[in-house]
Ligand binder design. Structure first.
Ligand code: AMP
Length: 176
């Protein structure tokens, strides 16, 4: 059987409330329990570090992809660390072979990773499921933006429905 992989898009910031990293760890644990190997940005920074910690604790294979200009930011103890020449190629490498992409609470980099994945999904170029952890309503503005796109005809409801929002790790795990 081929390896089941899930990629996590998440904050690189060390300046966030620890509750976000706690929610991230619980979500990664749920993915590990569902049999996924974990792929992330591979840095020790911010929520990425929490994702790697949780994967390690669960004993799941833990893959990281960093751009070569970020040498020195890699998480120690990854199962495999791969270097990407650019941020764009890093996103492609992070998505390689994954059947699940999850956006945890994050900022502009997380949105870049999520949006590119949704665009590829709507074009049939990404065939995995896409989940968003709307922890404590963090992504209500994103939900409103997608609704606005649908209401104005900029996006079909079918494409908006490619993104599965859930407010807790347990609820999100239903799509794992
Ligand atoms: P952000 O949501 O802006 O904190 O960006 C985090 C996401 O973008 C992560 O999933 C990373 O893949 C990428 N990223 C952005 N900034 C960094 C950084 N300083 N170090 C490592 N990865 C980063």
């Amino acid at each position: 059987m081929s390896e089941k992989k899930a990629v996590f898009f998440c904050s690189a910031s060390n300046n966030i409330d620890p509750k976000y990293n706690q929610a991230a760890r619980e979500t990664v644990r749920a993915a590990c329990l569902a049999g996924y190997s974990i792929v992330s940005g591979g840095s020790f920074r911010g929520t990425m570090g929490a994702v790697c910690d949780a994967a390690k604790e669960c004993g799941a294979p833990n893959y990281g992809v960093l751009p070569s200009f970020m040498e020195g930011l890699e998480y120690e103890g990854l199962t495999e660390l791969r270097w990407a020449p650019t941020m764009s190629i890093r996103k492609e490498m992070m998505r390689e072979g994954v059947s699940l992409a999850v956006a945890l609470p994050g900022g502009i980099g997380t949105m870049d990773e999520l949006f590119e994945t949704v665009v590829l999904a709507k074009l049939g170029q990404f065939r995995g499921r896409i989940g968003v952890l709307d922890f404590e309503g963090f992504y209500e503005p994103l939900k409103a933006l997608l609704k606005h796109f649908v209401d104005t005809g900029m996006m079909t409801q079918e494409d908006a429905d490619l993104v599965h929002f859930a407010s807790t790790p347990e609820e999100l795990a239903k799509i794992f």
